[in-house]
Write a protein that binds this ligand. Structure first.
Ligand SMILES: [Zn+2]
Length: 227
């Protein structure tokens, strides 16, 4: 999430006893940024860290997380909001590292109805919170694997087109749709949220070598059909 601090000041006491702990500090922290805060003793480093982490409130200035003013959110709402953003960032990181097409929160031990699905056309990740399938059609049968069941594959029949309704990480409702692999992935990940895995749909589990042979055979048949 993007963290933006604008003119953050922290002043303790009044009148002659007034102490300016931090004087109009502004900064932007982009996702993935590693920052260091340097300065002499008494320059306001720890005050700034306290304000950025929400442990203290500034006397003046604004602090936003992804455009949301964190001082306008209640403590409860703020911590839930932060936890959700952290969770979605973790899911994206884990999925990118693993090179998978989708990942659901229960797979990383978090019992929230949240998942990430890669759009096979754009290769962009779609974040889905509280998703439901609102429309589906057609049928496809193909090899399916899962990061929670490494090295194991099965042939699974899924709808060929799926439309989902979900919330984004800021709570806004939206709809997304996909065909082929994207539709398969929507089904696979939403199923994880209900505690189910693809192995429940397969007649038997295949090894990597067997799946490679199945894909090769499929490609050869497609090739013959095309020629
Ligand atoms: Zn899975």
């Amino acid at each position: 999430m993007i963290i933006e601090a604008k003119e953050l000041s922290k002043i303790y006491g009044e009148g002659e006893n007034q102490v300016v702990a931090l004087d109009r500090a502004s900064l932007t922290i982009a996702p993935g940024d590693l920052i260091s805060i340097m300065g002499p003793s008494g320059s306001g480093k720890s005050t700034l860290l306290h304000l950025l982490s929400g442990l203290d409130r500034p006397t003046s200035g604004q602090l936003t997380y992804d455009g949301r003013d964190i001082y306008r959110l209640g403590d409860k709402e703020l911590s839930a909001f932060r936890r959700l953003h952290t969770l979605m960032d973790d899911l994206l990181d884990t999925l990118s590292e693993a090179g998978g097409a989708g990942l659901a929160a229960p797979q990383v031990g978090v019992l929230r109805r949240a998942c990430v699905v890669m759009d096979d056309d754009t290769e962009e990740f779609i974040e889905l919170i509280n998703p439901t399938i609102v429309a589906q059609s057609g049928e496809q049968t193909g090899p399916e694997g899962c990061l929670s069941v490494p090295g194991k594959w099965g042939l699974v029949t899924r709808p060929d087109y799926v439309r989902v309704r979900a919330q984004d990480r800021d709570g806004n409702w939206f709809e997304a749709e996909g065909e082929g692999l994207t539709a398969r992935c929507f089904c696979h990940e939403i199923e994880h949220l209900d505690g189910h895995v693809f192995t429940e749909h397969v007649e038997r589990i295949y090894s990597n070598e067997e799946v490679e042979r199945i894909i090769e055979k499929e490609n050869r048949q497609k090739g013959r059909r095309r020629s």
